[in-house]
Design a protein around this ligand. Structure first.
Ligand code: ZN
Length: 292
């Protein structure tokens, strides 16, 4: 039976920009809720400098508390230092990031694309030695807050660098939420010519309500992995004006309506969303961080 892989990124992309603090216990409840609903793959956090994204500063204790749960946990790592933390935390899969746009890459990661990709080759090697799965994600695959529309050849350049490193999957991300079906088709078709059997995933933000039209086009051209977030939460701290992620429930319903098998319980997903939104609505203050 035809199916697709749903990767929920709520705990990372959905919450990294949230206006209220979410305690670790509530993040665990969120991840448990997703798992119970049938979402097995969850991007649970990012191993980035805590002062860069304070809402993800709890990555180590969070992952530690997920050990007893049987899901496919993924963490975003920007560099070798992040990878080392991910390895000691015991996470089985990592997502690396480089931008198709040179200026977004510099703003997000503080270095050029070429330097980022050279460093990520080493990160991929180390991750593989540690037995981890590696996805190479390409942010600003459609447009960039500084450069506007991004040409497909730039996306292809980054994808080819990832493929040379031997990543296990590649992902294109519409960081700004401006993708449209024609642009999705162009990028997916180009990537299909180089990726062989390496899976391609699509990470959409949904600025104009075109998200599901983009998914329909991507599906038509063979994309079988989608990254989404509950309640369409999320943004990007380094992309001013970025829109929220494509909504997990909307995506699951969209596929179920087309008789594409998704073993996910929509009622349990809704209950998980309601609980998370009630925590966010309380706008909790973050505890003061230890300066040491
Ligand atoms: Zn995103």
């Amino acid at each position: 039976m035809e199916t697709v892989k749903i990767i929920d990124v709520t705990p990372r992309d959905g919450l990294q920009d949230a206006s209220g603090y979410v305690p670790v216990s509530e993040k665990i409840a969120l991840i448990e809720g997703l798992l119970k609903a049938g979402v097995r793959s969850v991007e649970v956090t990012a191993f980035v400098r805590p002062d860069w994204i304070p809402l993800l500063a709890d990555a180590d204790p969070l992952v530690d508390q997920l050990r007893h749960l049987d899901g496919e946990w993924i963490a975003l790592v920007p560099n070798e230092r992040g990878l080392k933390r991910a390895i000691s935390a015991g996470i089985p899969a990592v997502t690396l990031v480089a931008s198709a746009s040179e200026s977004h890459n510099k703003s997000n990661l503080n270095r050029s694309r070429v330097d980022t990709l050279a460093a990520l080759a080493r990160v991929t090697e180390l991750a593989h030695q540690a037995g981890m799965q590696v996805k190479g994600a390409i942010s600003t695959s459609f447009s960039c807050p500084f450069e506007g529309e991004i040409p497909t050849k730039d996306v292809l350049m980054v994808a080819e660098a990832y493929l040379r490193m031997g990543v296990d999957a590649i992902g294109i991300a519409d960081t700004m939420g401006t993708a449209n079906p024609a642009a999705v088709k162009e990028r997916v078709k180009e990537l299909n010519t180089v990726r062989g059997k390496v899976p391609l995933s699509l990470h959409l933000h949904d600025r104009f309500g075109w998200g599901l039209a983009n998914v329909a086009m991507a599906y038509e051209y063979g994309v079988r992995e989608y990254e989404v977030a509950l309640a369409g939460l999320g943004g990007c701290p380094y992309a001013p004006g970025a829109a929220g992620n494509l909504d997990t429930e909307k995506l699951v319903e969209f596929f179920i309506a087309q008789k594409i098998f998704i073993p996910i319980d929509l009622n349990l997903l809704a209950a998980t969303r309601v609980r998370l939104l009630s925590v966010l609505s309380r706008k909790l203050a973050a505890p003061v961080m230890d300066e040491n």
